[in-house]
Design a protein. Structure first.
Ligand code: NAD
Length: 296
């Protein structure tokens, strides 16, 4: 028999992920604190329950997809851990602080449960298509069970280590992405001022040592990569607010580990400013406009 899943957090990411599990034949107990999210799940044919506690009662897996770590810790401590039967697998898929992820795992284990962190990349498009990448922090003995579930929502699952390792990998990747997008944007603006056509610079970078995802997939100037958000006035894609959030988590991890990563810290403050100054919903590659205008 397939495991029964308590699925909490039916937002932009959670709902399409829940729909994919539902389509794969899993019984879900869906819950969100926002009634409209619950209604959208019901309209998709997903069974919902009335309280957070109900979503944890008599299920095999409690899957959470919340905005941040404080939501996760609060839900675990106040509602979920004491409602679940012993040995329930707490599968935390939100993007949260590494330290909070480890704390959540400790709380779950202390309450007699199992825990894993499985943050995702791939965005809403990947959630809908079931093509997410999961970065997994889990115990070896739980891997088979977790993989069987995640493969209905994603196409790549990378086991990164024990508790918190999934969040750690995600924060490192996104810190590099934030830095490399700013670098790509600076290179294109400098190129413009040196009289280079975007396509010419793209042709060089994409086959030379500056090559990176920020250039070859999410190119910050329109033209060279037709599918990049720059071609649709920087509609996301990956919104600047989400990049700012993830870089905030990177900053926290840098402080926690006393790591002197100056570019990561700078990228965090630049994206925070860019997002706060009216660009929260702009694709993160739109930062090139602020660089060009000198307003950062
Ligand atoms: P969202 O705000 O759309 O959804 C979060 C949902 O959680 C909301 O519907 C909210 O009402 C609900 N919620 C909060 N507390 C709850 C509780 N105690 N019980 C039940 N529901 C609760 O956010 P999202 O875009 O779906 O992102 C979810 C997570 O995934 C975030 O951590 C985000 O950083 C991460 N993420 C998002 C993207 C993306 O492109 N949107 C990509 C990768 C990772």
């Amino acid at each position: 028999d397939k495991p029964v899943i308590g699925f909490l957090g039916l937002g932009h990411m959670g709902l399409p992920m829940a729909i994919n599990l539902h389509r794969a034949g899993y019984k879900l107990k869906g819950f969100d604190v926002v009634p409209a999210a619950v209604q959208a799940a019901q309209e998709a044919g997903i069974e919902t329950v009335d309280t957070q506690e109900d979503a944890a009662v008599d299920v095999d897996v409690v899957l959470t997809m919340f905005p941040s770590g404080k939501h996760v810790l609060e839900a675990y401590e106040k509602h979920l851990l004491q409602s679940a039967k012993p040995n329930t697998l707490f599968l935390e898929c939100s993007t949260i602080d590494v330290a909070q992820a480890r704390q959540a795992a400790e709380l779950a284990v202390a309450a007699g449960h199992r825990s894993a962190d499985a943050p995702v990349s791939g965005g809403v498009v990947g959630a809908e298509a079931g093509s997410l990448t999961f970065m997994l922090g889990a115990q070896d003995e739980d891997l088979a069970e977790i993989t069987a579930l995640l493969e209905h929502m994603g196409k790549r699952i990378v086991h990164c280590g024990g508790y918190g390792a999934g969040q750690a990998a995600k924060v490192c990747n996104n810190m590099l992405l934030g830095i490399s997008m700013i670098g790509a944007a600076e290179a294109f603006v400098l190129g413009e001022r040196l009289g280079l056509e975007h396509q010419a610079l793209y042709d060089v970078i994409s086959s030379a040592s500056g090559q990176c995802w920020a250039v070859t997939t999410n190119c910050p100037v329109p033209g060279p990569v037709p599918t990049s958000p720059a071609n649709r006035e920087y509609q996301p894609g990956f919104a600047a607010a989400l990049m700012a959030k993830d870089l905030g988590l990177a900053t926290s991890a840098l402080e926690h580990t006393t790591t002197d990563a100056q570019l990561g810290a700078l990228a965090a403050s630049l994206y925070r400013k860019f997002s706060d100054e009216g660009n929260a919903g702009t694709d993160f590659s739109g930062i090139i406009n602020a660089i060009r205008e000198g307003t950062l």
